[in-house]
Design a binder for this molecule. Structure first.
Ligand code: CMP
Length: 161
């Protein structure tokens, strides 16, 4: 079970002053922030990251949107983090996303859908490497750990990916 996952808080959310709101949800859930930076999405990285959408009619607008102002890139850690975060984020189209999810609560759009999360564990591994250098990911202990997990959950969690 992969314990780390990347999220990107997109330009619509940065423009709408939603960074704190979104960050706070993950913190309250019990996910640990192990990497975080504000960075403009490099155009070459957009081509790589959204390569599977390159031929789609919306690609140009998506690329302009994602590089318009900086995004917040974050690596979150927790047991089964990829699945937990994916459920938190909700469906791609904000209008279809369930209330209670981040997109369900803050987005009215497919493009401007507030946040990007990893689709699966393989994507998480690739995207962590795409956006973060090893030295930008910080290992540290937080005092909430023993209150977030039962001992049986901790032993599996501590296994390295
Ligand atoms: P994301 O989770 O980052 O993955 C791909 C992104 O492409 C998606 O969120 C949307 O921002 C964008 N996207 C996907 N489908 C469409 C679409 N039909 N029209 C516009 N943007 C889209």
């Amino acid at each position: 079970m992969v314990r780390r996952t990347v999220i990107i808080i997109k330009p619509d959310a940065v423009n709408r002053s939603l960074i704190g709101e979104i960050l706070s949800r993950f913190e309250k859930k019990g996910l640990k922030i192990v990497g975080m930076k504000l960075m403009r999405f490099d155009v070459n990285k957009i081509d790589e990251h959204y390569g599977h959408h390159k031929e789609k009619p919306f690609f140009k607008e998506l690329s302009d949107f994602m590089s318009s102002i900086p995004c917040v890139f974050m690596v979150l850690e927790g047991k089964d983090a990829v699945n937990v975060v994916r459920k938190f984020v909700g469906k791609t189209n904000g209008r279809d996303a369930e209330p209670g999810t981040i997109r369900g609560d803050y987005s009215m759009s497919t493009q401007s859908n507030v946040i990007h999360a990893n689709g699966d564990e393989n994507a998480a591994k690739i995207e962590i490497k795409r956006f973060f250098k090893d030295e930008e990911l910080i290992n540290y202990e937080k005092i909430d750990f023993n209150w977030l997990y039962a001992s049986s959950e901790k032993s599996k969690f501590e296994e390295k990916d």
